[in-house]
Write a protein of this length. Structure first.
Lengths: 242, 171
């Protein structure tokens, strides 16, 4: 370092001094609250053990059209409030949204859906949440697919998707282990940097029964703080029914 | 930062995380203040960085130095908050505590650096505040090392030229 570098360093350090001396403690208090206090008080398990094994077997044997099947769905639904209000941050603004309880395929999970904007469509092998009103053609796909793989662990799915995703997206970031909105692995891919560049977030979580759930969000860059944030808030309400 | 600390943090040990916090927070605040030029944004960026570090520590891979990994998250967080702030303009100028300096007003090296484009400004800030090497700056900014070398070289030349002008004006 020459004299100019030394002087630059000195001046930067002078300008960025903590004048209040309380900033470090303020920041720590927020972090402590977020990571350690909430954990003690609010953190809840994402797995809801329900000791109605017999009913689960019955559900697998009978379709939801039978009286027994319907009764089981009702039992699950009775465990959760049918409707609630969540606060989500959309484009920097806190927004109160009413969300409605929905159960997924074979009632293996529940999720609360913002039904003003989205609908849950149950398919043969997976469920998909899409916009209630179809988007104009100029917009790339906006959806959130929820699929269970009963015979593949989350690690096996991760290994497969880590190979597959780079074939679909030009930029795939390193796999993360996340706690929010769900506990599991997160893969993120994007192709391009224009407003309509397709973006995906893939969450892989353990179904606690030897298999896994794979949740695939698709939207476009400009919608990251809109649909992206709304999907995130919906996923925070996702619960596996074991 | 030793492996033992990381192991403890992965297990959720608060004391170990506090130890890491104490070691990194001072320069993290300085870096965030310099990049965002705004104390409130800097505070949010540092806070969010530590939260992300804690939550994603299991994905930290030791091929990258922990410092480079940490500062990559911090710089990304500063940029994310700055972009978010831009989207919600107009910003009340009175709320911005450290406004961008213009070349004309620059009276010291800090202000000269702050008047530069981010291309030069951020590598220079990382080099000066934390003493990061070209290789580390390249890792943090996810750039080629030669790109960083050239940006630091050009940035320092700009700094020299502006400094010479100031000194000539003072005489």
């Amino acid at each position: 370092m020459d004299q100019m570098d030394e002087r630059a360093k000195k001046e930067i350090l002078k300008h960025t001094e903590d004048s209040s001396n309380t900033l470090q403690e303020d920041i720590w208090n927020h972090i402590d609250q977020e990571l350690f206090q909430e954990k003690k008080g609010k953190k809840k398990s994402k797995i809801i053990p329900i000791i109605i094994v017999a009913a689960a077997v019955v559900t697998l044997l009978f379709s939801t059209q039978t009286d027994t099947g319907m009764a089981f769905i009702k039992q699950i639904k009775d465990l959760f409030v049918p409707e609630k209000q969540i606060t989500q941050s959309i484009e920097g603004t806190e927004e109160e949204t009413d969300v409605i309880l929905q159960e997924g395929k074979n009632s293996e999970y529940i999720i609360y859906i913002d039904e003003e904007r989205y609908k849950l469509v149950q398919g043969e092998t997976f469920d998909i949440i899409t916009t209630k009103e179809p988007l104009e053609e100029k917009y790339p796909e906006v959806s959130m697919k929820i699929e269970q793989f009963k015979d593949k662990t989350s690690e096996e799915m991760l290994a497969m998707l880590e190979v597959k995703l780079p074939t679909e997206y030009t930029n795939v970031t390193a796999t993360e282990t996340v706690q929010d909105p769900l506990e599991g692995y997160k893969l993120h891919g994007i192709s391009g940097s224009s407003w309509d560049s397709p973006v995906t977030n893939v969450y892989i979580l353990d179904n606690k029964n030897g298999g896994s759930f794979v949740i695939t969000e698709k939207y476009f860059l400009e919608a990251a703080e809109g649909h992206g944030a709304r999907f995130y808030a919906m996923l925070q309400q996702f619960e596996i029914i074991q | 930062m030793n492996e033992d600390i990381f192991k403890k943090i992965k297990k959720g040990n608060k004391e170990a995380f506090r130890h890491l916090y104490d070691e990194y927070v001072n320069y993290a605040i300085r870096t965030a203040k310099a990049i965002t030029r705004n104390e409130e944004l800097a505070k949010d960026a540092v806070q969010e960085t530590f939260i992300r570090v804690y939550r994603n520590i299991s994905s930290y891979n030791s091929t990258l130095s922990f410092g480079a990994w940490f500062y990559r998250i911090l710089v990304n967080e500063c940029n994310r908050l700055l972009n978010k702030e831009k989207k919600t303009i107009p910003i009340d100028p009175s709320s911005v505590e450290m406004l961008e300096a213009s070349k004309e007003d620059a009276t010291d090296l800090y202000e000269i650096i702050q008047s530069m484009s981010d291309l030069y400004r951020i590598p220079l800030l990382l080099k000066y505040i934390q003493g990061f090497s070209e290789k580390e700056v390249a890792e943090i900014l996810d750039l080629n090392q030669n790109t960083v070398k050239s940006r630091l070289f050009n940035g320092r030349n700009l700094l020299k030229d502006q400094l010479a002008l100031i000194e000539m004006g003072g005489k």
